[in-house]
Design a protein around this ligand. Structure first.
Ligand code: HEC
Length: 141
């Protein structure tokens, strides 16, 4: 009986939102044989045009203008609004890519809060996540 109350409390709290990722987290590890994908080849059309550019366009450029491949390339290379030490995309480094961390509801490598999940409607499916992962893991060109 003595342990009953704390257990109930733990269950009610549920998992911590936006945890700081562990270094060995598979989410932060590139797959062994990533498919090489590029912005101009697939990622702009299949991800940014479909899921992001309705909000990420010239009208709200402070959050990143992802409305065309050249604009996206420029925006993801600038310092993040959440930390001058981080960029939306750090090529070949999932753990330091704010875009990837936000898409997976994770914090930054030093526990930085990174705002909401992207897209705000909820975490995308495996195919979209794999596309972004392979893009970042093959140099984010
Ligand atoms: C409904 C509007 C909306 C959509 C759709 C959306 N975003 Fe965002 N995004 C925002 C807003 C608002 C912010 C700033 C607040 C925040 O980060 O929570 C933001 C911030 C960001 C940032 C932070 C940039 C920085 O300065 O570090 C990234 C990265 C990002 N979004 C990526 C994406 C990606 C990738 C998609 C598509 C998969 C997407 N967003 C779709 C509204 C949106």
């Amino acid at each position: 009986m003595r342990f009953f109350v704390p257990l109930v409390l733990l269950a009610a709290c549920g998992p911590t939102p936006n945890p700081t990722p562990d270094a060995g987290d598979p989410l932060l590890t590139c797959d062994p044989m990533p498919t090489e994908v590029t912005l101009a080849g697939r990622v702009q059309a299949e991800l940014f045009d479909r899921q992001c550019r309705s909000c990420h366009n010239a009208a709200s450029a402070s959050n990143g203008d992802y409305s065309a491949a050249d604009r996206t390339a420029a925006a993801i290379a600038r310092p993040s609004q959440f930390s001058m030490a981080l960029k939306p995309v750090e090529p070949n480094n999932l753990a330091r890519s704010v875009l990837w961390l936000k898409m997976n509801q994770l914090r930054g490598p030093s526990g930085e809060a990174l705002g909401g999940v992207m897209p705000p409607g909820g975490k995308l499916g495996e195919a979209s996540l794999k596309l972004v992962k392979d893009w970042i893991c093959t140099g984010a060109k």
